[in-house]
Design a protein around this ligand. Structure first.
Ligand code: NCD
Length: 313
């Protein structure tokens, strides 16, 4: 694995290696000194052309826990706002000796372009591109599912996961469907017809338009944010109507099997796709997802930058 562009590029062995490595690295987080020397002298550049709270901080922390130097580049406040292209930004990073580039971009395919253009030689990690993919989010979700389901045994084969909400605009849903398929889980997408992507019938999952029909038969439900910033038209009559038909409130949560968990990638629209009491309930694992994100990103950086090879050499 040279880059991490799509969750679909990961074989079962690679995905399991990342998740197992993340579990080993998580132990570092429990120490009082939370640092490993593995990536000392390496430079990780966080290239964020789109807003982010969790993902950017998580990559920064992951790189720092492995002792890498980190450069945070936000398009706002950089020469991108003066019209500099992705190519010239990439050439600048290459000249400065970046060893890995983490990129979030509003255009689907931007990380792929960066990885295949020859502008830079470093591994490229997709931290979310447009409505396309967000592979490290899918990895942290799978990590979280592994810890909670089947008594933490780690095997997700046959585990039933519902992904509910704005599938159309969700790179999180796309990456999760691909990774969960590789891991053998059974995924059902739930959304109003207007928020289902064109061609979704060919995705490796089930489709439903009725959340109440799906909830009693799942081990986990992942609620997605309604991505208003990507909507140029009205996709549903009103916020109230949406939350009535597709929102997870306490009454709906009661329909879940008693040991099922609730995930959300954040940021949450409390009162829209998820009610505040569900978000704060003990069955919701959002805070843990954030913590797991750091371990998973440490594993991805460690494996892509060859930490493994060096250590065994
Ligand atoms: C998601 C994203 O940016 O794709 N958030 C995240 O990375 N944790 C989902 C979203 O914005 O709703």
């Amino acid at each position: 694995m040279q880059h991490l562009l799509s969750a679909g590029d990961l074989s079962l062995e690679e995905a399991v290696l990342i998740l197992d490595t993340a579990a080993e690295l998580a132990a570092v987080t429990d120490r009082s000194v939370k640092k490993l020397p593995t990536l000392r002298g390496r430079t990780v550049v966080n290239l964020f052309f789109e807003d982010s709270t969790r993902t950017r901080i998580s990559f920064e922390l992951a790189a720092k826990r492995l002792s890498a130097d980190v450069i945070n580049f936000a398009a706002k406040g950089s020469s991108v706002s003066k019209g500099e292209s992705l190519k010239d930004t990439a050439l600048t990073l290459e000249a400065m000796g970046a060893d890995a580039v983490v990129i979030r971009h509003g255009a689907s395919g931007a990380p792929h372009r960066l990885a295949t253009s020859g502008w830079i030689g470093a591994p490229v990690i997709n931290a979310g591109d447009g409505t396309h993919e967000h592979p490290t989010q899918a990895l942290l979700d799978a990590y979280t599912l592994r810890r909670h389901l089947r008594g933490g045994a780690g095997d997700l084969a046959g585990v039933r996961v519902a992904i509910v909400g704005d599938i159309l605009h969700s790179r999180v849903a796309r990456s999760n469907v691909l990774l969960l398929q590789t891991l053998g889980a059974d995924v059902t997408l739930v959304a109003p017809p207007t928020l289902m992507p064109f061609g979704v019938e060919s995705w490796p999952c089930r489709i439903s338009y009725d959340i109440d029909e799906v909830l009693p038969d799942v081990d986990a439900v992942m609620m997605l944010r309604v991505q208003a910033e990507r909507m140029q038209a009205a996709y549903f009559p009103s916020a109230l109507e949406y939350s009535r038909r597709y929102g997870l409130d306490v009454a709906r949560m009661a329909a879940l099997p008693s040991d099922a968990i609730v995930l959300h990638p954040g940021p949450m629209n409390r009162g829209m796709e998820i009610s505040a009491d569900v978000a704060d309930s003990p069955r919701s694992v959002m805070v843990e997802q954030v913590a797991n994100g750091v371990s998973v990103r440490m594993a991805v950086l460690y494996l892509l930058l060859g930490g493994m090879k060096e250590e065994s050499a």
